[in-house]
Write a protein that binds this ligand. Structure first.
Ligand SMILES: [Zn+2]
Length: 104
């Protein structure tokens, strides 16, 4: 992978993260969840992020689902230097706008 060896854990976000993720992540719909696949926009590691369906579907399932932002964070399996408690991921987070009607 293209991870710079000097990359350290850093909890933070950047407008560029959301823009990059929107361009590179793919969305797969499962029974009760949406799963996003793609490279972390900060560390570049492939990662997956699961969004539970209740978070984006209306309670009765009848109303149109509006596009809404979901906060994602790096779930790469690498433990970076400086990570609190040895948590995996580089600490990047960003919001991704789920397309309306994503369950269709
Ligand atoms: Zn990352």
């Amino acid at each position: 992978m293209s991870t710079p060896p000097s990359l350290r854990y850093q909890h933070g976000t950047d407008a560029e993260f959301a823009r990059r993720a929107a361009a590179t992540f793919t969305l797969e719909h499962f029974d009760s969840a949406l799963v996003l696949f793609g490279p972390c926009p900060r560390c570049g590691q492939q990662m997956t992020f699961t969004v539970i369906e209740e978070l984006f579907r209306s309670a009765d399932g009848a109303a149109p689902v509006p596009a809404r932002p979901v906060v994602m964070y790096c779930t790469a399996e690498t433990v970076y230097e400086g990570s609190p408690d040895g948590h995996t991921g580089c600490g990047a987070f960003w919001s991704l706008l789920l397309p309306s009607g994503a369950e269709a």
